[in-house]
Each structure stands twice: as structure tokens, then as C-alpha cells.
Ligand binder design. Structure first.
Ligand code: MGD
Ligand code: MGD
Ligand code: MO
Length: 780
């Protein structure tokens, strides 16, 4: 592990640093020998889908698509370390709860089902039959199926997700909170309203043609490294790339492609972003309205001068609704408010508008910097407005590109992991399976926490993920889980959630993507859907980490058999051969007609995207333009207004906007290592990025430590995260940034996106309180 230090990173993203990191990962996990074969199978037609992210793969590629963070994900799964019941049982669960996420992860792969023994405060091995019988007993004893919660994290394959939702609906509830609720829910909801489908419209081919790419609130150098390959190619072709991000992110600035011998040997790199806009955290709607305002002006000028229009008036009149209302709203918008709330000068926004106006093929990409806000849905719809006004949807080289997180998060939703299922889908389930599915809405992530907190739900089952660490308001969430009669986690690795227990608790180990899934009919494939709606097969190549592991589809099937003895679904027959599961998927979803034939074709197939064909499945049959106000009512605004009015809070001083981001060495709550190379942080995670002038204004020297104290006015709950090293960073004044999940204690449960209920974890009002350096930091 590297020593704790802060050292400015001078190089480009990628480059030799990425290669060195890969070598280190392989050695650390003692998989060097089989590692290369494992890696060569990632994202290959006959290999497995990289469990890293949802960025699509180039089809029919024979060259290995290099990605440092994919390697970390693969290496972490293929590790030789084993978290056996004996290893875990050496410690009390109370002890393990105090370990870091990194230390829990480093124990290695889970090998056997385990149950919590409350007398010894330890986990012990149990058999699978006993595990399923325990869950079935709890589920059957509930007064209502709605008192059980079924969480999903987005790595679950289509086949497992389909069986899972089928089982849960036959059991009788739509309680399907998932990681999407905390992630791209505002994209799904916003785009459904704007263009009629809650998915992106572009493909990789569009990236090859675009002459302008907009990147909002996304850090591809860390979270979607393979996207840098597309951006690099676009930049070299002369496409303009505009980045809208409060932080200077190295991956958005410069990239050296580890697959380019010329760049690697010459020490060269490619400049990615042509124009960088460091807006204020939460300033995106103001910024977008400013850009659109100037597009309207440029269009009027073009008309006056007899030049080609800037707005695509044919498209607007033929394909959209709401233009006049949007125009009136934008024209009435005040530049002073736009500047104040975006944190950018008017001239900067005029410049952005001019670049966009001159471009013929514009793609807009976005990530968590857009969605994890109180007005995340409105921000997504403002991006859609921008593209619609220029007719940039449904033509080659242009379109919408929400960049998804988990490798199959989009597919899980397609398969019906959703707390608000469409009536037509439920009708179909009923027609195919003969049971009456529950019709009322289930709990999403926030709703599930509230239900457990209030005693309205008492069984929590998680298909993957790390619910206790990923969710907001940590003490509230933990208390909610601890009120449950039973908590169950299906997982590959031991994590924090396995230490936050109901009265009874189980951990069930499953196969990972990289492993051979042997069933009665032979080794099986699963399928996944990437961020661009491509569905393709994935098959592992490694021997399973233990003989006791079951696949996720098998776990669902056996759970269903134990819980629903009268079910007419042939559960165990289905999992003998996953082609049979795909035949069932085909019967429920028309878009999967011919699934087995199509998906066995190398590279898979693309699901239809109506918006991409300019078919608008909206109530009006047109794409909808939405006028949304510039937000001035968020938790940050309220806390700052109170501070201006003299409220001191508990510690006094100015209210900052905290945004929570991922480091380079983590995958969500999985902490592979303690470095964040591109941001210059090494060997530690408790850091807070701050503008040097803000630090000085607080009277604090470089290297000072602070506690973060929540300043939200939602309730009287005291929210504090202690002990963060201040790191001077290129970030707008008034904004600070820290890592998730350490900062989740500060996110109020009640503070979430209007409509989508995604926790507003990118805009948390906080004050800083000077603190002493922790003992270990002084020693170092
Ligand atoms: N290696 C690795 N890969 C991953 C993940 C991982 O943890 N590690 N996680 C996966 C998952 S589930 C997801 S959802 C994606 C996440 O991928 P990203 O969306 O890139 O996630 P974040 O790290 O949260 O970074 C968001 C970016 O938004 C910026 N930002 C913060 N606040 C604002 C704002 O108000 N406005 C704007 N415009 N920008 C803002 C931050 O500076 C940061 O650059 O990545 C996926 N891939
Ligand atoms: N403050 C703040 N909070 C956030 C975010 C943020 O940006 N800021 N981001 C949010 C986002 S975008 C997301 S997506 C969520 C993530 O929330 P989750 O999806 O719940 O969390 P992960 O950390 O991805 O889950 C990691 C665990 O999944 C298990 N796992 C890995 N592979 C498999 C597998 O193949 N099968 C099974 N069954 N288990 C597996 C391992 O045990 C591992 O410990 O967090 C959200 N929380
Ligand atoms: Mo995510």
C-alpha cells in the first residue's frame, strides 16, 4: 500500500501509470499466471462481460480492450484470497463492523453460506438447504408480502433478474429498490417524459461521427476509462469536446492511450476537452438555460441576416411540443441569476452556445453530477431540451447518452426490476404464468429504508450490492436494517452490509461473472444489456472460487421452490439450461423475440430505441420540451439563506456545497486501494478538496484537518463526518468535494430528487469545523 501523501499529478490520464497499476493489481491478487488469460477474455465475443462498467464494447473486436479499472474489477473477483467461514469467524461481527471497506474487501471471495450466531457474535457456515428454509420460513410468516424488501445491485444478469422479479411478484410484492434509484433514475424518468424512452439514443457509431460532444458531471478517466478511447478518437478528428464539471478532472483533460505504441513510447498524449467549464456544484440547469438563451439569440440573428437557422425549426414543429412555453420561459430568465447560480460568466456561456450552434452532430453525455441532485430530473430534461431544439436526436452522430454505472443496471430494469411496473407488463406476466401479480407500487430505495425504519417491513433480501454503505443517512439506514427480523445478502465478497444485521442474518456466496457456471445442460451463458441497449452474452472462464458457490439464477430458483411450494413455474427445470430462461423472457417481452438465436450471434443485438427513430412514445406523440425554473430552493440554498439571516448552525461559519465523488481506486463501496492518482491523493481517503482561497478564508493552513458538519435544515438530526485532510484543489469557491461512501452519513434521507427520489448526494450543505490531525496521520 502506498504511503499517505498529496502530490500533484502531472501526467495524462491512462499512460504508463495505468499499466503499472494493472501489473500491481495482478500481483496483489496473486493471479498473475491465470490473470492474463482472464483479462484477454474480457469483453470478447466468447468471453465474459467486464463487470466494471456499462460502457459498450466495440463489436467483433479481436484486440483486447484495455481498461485499468476493468482490470481492477476482474482482478478483485479472480483473487486467490478466500473469506471462508473460518477466516470470517475468527472475528466478532462487532469487530468487523469497525474495519475499513478496504480491509473487508481484501479478505477475498466468500466460499460458503453463513448464518449469524448472535450468542457468539460471529458468522458460522450453514448448508444451502438450511439457508433457503430459513428465508422461506420468514417470508411465509409475514402478515403481508409487502413486508419483505428485495434489493438488486446492477451486476445481476438478465436471466437472474428475470427469475428474481418473477419469484418476488409471485410471492406478492413490487418492493424492488435497486441501485438505479440512487443513480440514473432521474435520467430514466426525465427522458421518458422528454422523448418517451428512459434510455440513451446513441451507439458507438454515433461517437465516430459526432463533431461536438458535451460531457456533464461525469469522470470517465476513472469511471468509464474505455470511453476515453472514443473521446480520444473524436478529439483527434477535430471534434469539439466541452466538459461541464466543477472539478478539474485529468481524464477529461489529457489521455495517453495505453494501446497506442506511439503515445506510450513518445510520452505523448491527446488533449480531450477543448473547452472546460468549471461551473458551481448544482449549477447545471442555470448553465443550460444560459446556453439555450443564447441559442435563441443566435437563431434570431441568423434569421435577420438570412443565414441558416440555428434552431431546427422543421424538427421543432414536426416533432416537439412545448416550444413556445420554453422560449418564453428562457427569454424571461435573468442573466444575473444564470451567472450567480451557474457560477460562470455570461461570456463563457455565450461561447459554449456558439460552439454548439456551429456543430452539426452533437452528443450529450452525463453522469452522477447531473442526476444526484434535488432537481436531477429537470437537469436531464434541460439537456434533452438543448438537443431537441437543434434536432440532435434521431440522426447519425448525435443524441442522448446517459452513461450508466453498473454493467447490467440497464438490463435489470428492462427485465422488470422496478417498483412501479407498467400494467401491460403485469398483464403479460399474468397471461403467461397464471398468477395474479401485485398491482400496487412497491418501495424504492428511500421507501424501503423508511418502511424498515417504521416497522412496516421486516425481511430484507439483497441480490448483490452493499445497501448499508451505498445509501444515505447511514445511522438511520443502519437502525432500519437492524430492526428487521431477517437480513440476507447474496454476494461475492464480504462487505459492510454483512455487519449490519437483522435479528437473524445470512450471507449467501454466488458465482461471479468471470467464473464457469456449470448447470445440468453444461456450462451456461448469461446476457447483459449495456448503456447503449446492446444485449450480448457473457460466459466465465475461471474455475469457481469454491465448490459451494451457486449461480444467482440457481439461488432464485431454489428460494422460489422453498418459499412457493404451489408455484407452477418450473423453477429447477429453467435453471438446468439458461436458454430456457431466455425462452421465457421472450414470452414476456416482445422486444426479445428470437432471443436465443439473436443473442448467440457474436456481438449480440440492439434493443429498439423509438426515440432514436424519431418515434415518440409520449402522451402527445411528440417529444416534449420542458420549462423548468433555475433551482433556488435546494437544501444548500435553504441552509445558506439561514446562514445569511444570522443562523450559526452548530459550528458557525459559511455553508459549503459538498459533492461526493468516486476515487480512482474504488468501485462504488468496494475500495480496491487508497490512491486517487489523477487527483494527486495517495494512501488515504479521508480528504476534502477545497479552493485554496476558501481554506485561507477559514484561517486554516495547508494540511489542516476538519470535521464535516451537516447544515441541512430538514430535521434536527446531527450529521457529522469527522477527520478530513484539506487538499487544495481547482474547484469553484464555496464548493468542496469528498469521497463516497465515507460522506454518506451527511446525506439526509429526506433530501432527494423530485419525482425520481435519488438521494441528492452531489449537493450536501455542510460547515467545516477545525479538527486535530488524527494520531496515525501525525505519526506518518
Ligand atoms: N472504476 C470505477 N468505475 C465505475 C464506478 C466506480 O465506482 N469505479 N461506479 C460505476 C457507477 S455505479 C456509476 S453510476 C458510474 C459513475 O460515474 P460518474 O458519473 O463519473 O461518477 P462520480 O465519481 O460520482 O463523478 C461525477 C462527476 O461529476 C462531477 N460533479 C459533481 N457535482 C457536479 C455538479 O453539480 N455538476 C456537474 N456538472 N458535475 C458535477 C464530479 O466532479 C465528477 O467528475 O461509474 C461506474 N463505473
Ligand atoms: N454519497 C454517495 N452515495 C452514493 C453514490 C454517490 O455518488 N455518492 N452513488 C450511488 C450509485 S450511482 C450507486 S450505483 C450505488 C451503488 O450501490 P450498490 O450497487 O449497492 O453497491 P456496490 O458497491 O456496487 O456493491 C458492491 C458489492 O456487490 C457484491 N458483488 C459484486 N459482484 C457481484 C455479483 O456478481 N453478484 C452478487 N450477488 N454480488 C456481487 C460484492 O459483495 C460487493 O461488495 O451507490 C450510490 N450511493
Ligand atoms: Mo451507479
Amino acid at each position: 500500500m502506498s504511503e499517505a501523501k498529496i502530490q500533484f499529478y502531472k501526467g495524462p490520464a491512462g499512460g504508463w501509470g495505468a499499466l503499472r497499476s494493472v501489473a500491481r493489481q495482478l500481483l496483489q491478487h496473486r493471479i498473475a499466471a491465470k490473470g492474463s488469460r482472464t483479462l484477454l477474455s474480457a469483453n470478447q465475443p466468447d468471453g465474459f462481460d467486464c463487470p466494471g462498467c456499462a460502457w459498450p464494447d466495440r463489436q467483433h473486436t479481436s484486440s483486447f480492450e484495455f481498461c485499468e479499472n476493468g482490470v481492477k474489477a476482474v482482478a478483485a473477483e479472480a483473487t486467490a484470497d478466500r473469506a471462508t467461514p473460518q477466516v470470517i469467524g475468527q472475528h466478532t461481527v462487532s469487530e468487523l463492523r469497525g474495519w475499513s471497506d478496504h480491509a473487508l474487501e481484501a479478505m477475498g471471495r466468500l466460499t460458503e453460506p453463513m448464518a449469524y450466531d448472535p450468542v457468539a457474535d460471529r458468522y458460522r457456515a450453514i448448508g444451502w438447504d438450511e439457508a433457503f428454509a430459513t428465508i422461506a420460513r420468514h417470508l411465509q410468516a409475514l402478515p403481508s408480502p409487502d413486508e419483505a424488501i428485495f434489493y438488486t445491485s446492477g451486476r445481476t444478469s438478465n436471466e437472474a433478474a428475470f427469475l428474481y422479479q418473477l419469484f418476488v411478484r409471485e410471492f406478492g410484492t413490487n418492493n424492488f429498490p435497486d441501485c438505479s434509484n440512487m443513480c440514473h433514475e432521474p435520467s430514466g424518468l426525465g427522458l421518458k417524459g422528454s422523448v418517451g424512452v428512459g434510455k440513451g439514443t446513441v451507439t458507438l457509431d454515433d461517437f465516430e461521427q459526432a463533431d461536438c460532444i458535451l460531457i456533464f458531471g461525469q469522470n470517465p478517466g476513472t469511471n468509464h476509462p474505455r470511453m476515453l478511447g472514443e473521446l480520444r478518437a473524436a478529439a483527434r478528428r477535430g471534434a469539439r469536446i466541452l466538459s461541464f464539471n466543477p472539478l478539474r478532472e485529468r481524464g477529461l483533460e489529457r489521455f495517453a492511450d495505453p494501446q497506442s505504441p506511439v503515445e506510450m513510447l513518445s510520452g505523448g498524449s491527446t488533449t480531450i476537452t477543448s473547452d472546460y467549464f468549471q461551473l458551481k456544484v448544482g449549477g447545471d440547469i442555470a448553465l443550460l438555460k444560459g446556453v439555450i438563451k443564447h441559442l435563441l439569440v443566435l437563431d434570431a440573428q441568423a434569421v435577420a441576416q438570412g443565414l441558416p437557422r440555428v434552431l431546427d425549426t422543421d424538427f421543432i414543429s414536426g416533432h416537439t411540443q412545448g416550444f413556445e412555453a420554453l422560449r418564453a420561459d428562457i427569454e424571461a430568465e435573468d442573466w444575473a441569476l444564470i451567472e450567480r447560480e451557474s457560477g460562470l460568466w455570461r461570456e463563457q456561456l455565450l461561447h459554449a452556445a456558439e460552439v454548439i450552434a456551429r456543430s452539426d452532430k452533437v452528443i450529450a453525455c452525463w453522469g452522477m453530477g447531473i442526476t444526484q441532485h434535488r432537481h436531477g430530473v429537470a437537469a436531464v430534461q434541460m439537456i434533452a431540451n438543448l438537443l431537441l431544439l437543434r434536432g440532435m436526436i434521431g440522426k447519425p452522430g448525435a443524441g442522448l447518452c446517459p452513461v450508466r454505472g453498473h454493467s447490467n443496471v440497464q438490463g435489470d430494469r428492462t427485465m422488470g426490476i422496478y417498483e412501479k411496473p407498467a400494467p401491460a407488463f403485469l398483464d403479460r406476466l399474468q397471461a403467461v404464468y397464471g398468477f395474479e401479480p401485485p398491482r400496487h407500487e412497491g418501495h424504492d430505495t428511500i421507501g424501503a429504508i423508511e418502511a424498515m425504519r417504521d416497522g412496516r417491513a421486516s425481511v430484507f433480501f439483497a441480490m448483490g450490492g452493499n445497501f448499508a454503505a451505498a445509501t444515505p443517512d447511514t445511522p438511520t439506514t443502519w437502525a432500519a436494517l437492524q430492526r428487521c427480523a431477517l437480513t440476507v445478502h447474496v454476494a461475492t465478497k464480504f462487505n459492510r452490509s454483512h455487519t449490519v444485521l437483522g435479528r437473524e442474518a445470512l450471507v449467501l456466496p454466488c458465482l461471479g461473472r468471470t467464473e464457469i457456471d456449470q448447470q445440468a445442460a453444461g456450462p451456461q451463458h448469461v446476457s447483459v444489456e449495456d448503456s447503449m441497449s446492446m444485449v450480448h452474452l457473457s460466459a466465465g472462464i475461471n474455475e469457481p472460487a469454491s465448490d459451494h458457490l451457486l449461480s444467482e439464477p440457481m439461488i432464485v430458483a431454489r428460494l422460489a421452490v422453498a418459499t412457493l411450494p404451489d408455484s407452477r413455474v418450473p423453477w429447477l427445470w429453467l435453471v438446468e439450461d439458461y436458454d430456457r430462461i431466455r425462452e421465457h423472457i421472450e414470452q414476456v417481452f416482445d422486444e426479445f423475440k428470437g432471443f436465443n438465436q439473436k443473442v448467440h450471434h457474436p456481438g449480440g443485438f440492439r434493443l429498439r430505441n423509438t426515440a432514436g427513430e424519431r418515434v415518440w412514445v409520449t402522451p402527445s406523440g411528440k417529444a416534449q420540451l420542458f420549462a423548468h425554473p433555475i433551482p433556488t430552493d435546494t437544501a444548500v440554498h435553504q441552509a445558506q439563506a439561514a446562514a445569511h439571516a444570522g443562523a450559526e448552525g452548530r459550528v458557525g461559519g459559511p455553508v459549503f456545497t459538498l459533492t461526493t465523488v468516486r476515487s480512482h481506486d474504488q468501485y462504488n463501496t468496494t475500495v480496491y486501494g487508497l490512491d486517487d492518482r489523477y487527483r494527486g491523493v495517495f494512501g488515504q481517503r479521508r480528504v476534502l478538496f477545497i479552493h485554496a482561497d476558501d481554506r485561507a478564508m477559514l484561517g486554516l493552513p495547508a494540511g489542516a484537518w476538519v470535521d464535516l458538519v451537516g447544515a441541512a435544515l430538514d430535521d434536527a438530526v446531527v450529521r457529522e463526518a469527522k477527520g478530513f485532510l484539506l487538499v487544495d484543489y481547482d474547484i469553484p469557491r464555496g464548493c468542496v468535494a469528498g469521497y463516497y461512501p465515507e460522506t454518506n452519513v451527511l446525506v439526509p434521507l429526506a433530501n432527494h430528487a423530485v419525482g425520481a427520489r435519488t438521494p441528492a448526494s452531489k449537493a450536501i450543505p455542510v460547515r467545516l469545523r477545525p479538527a486535530a490531525a488524527p494520531a496515525e496521520a501525525v505519526a506518518a
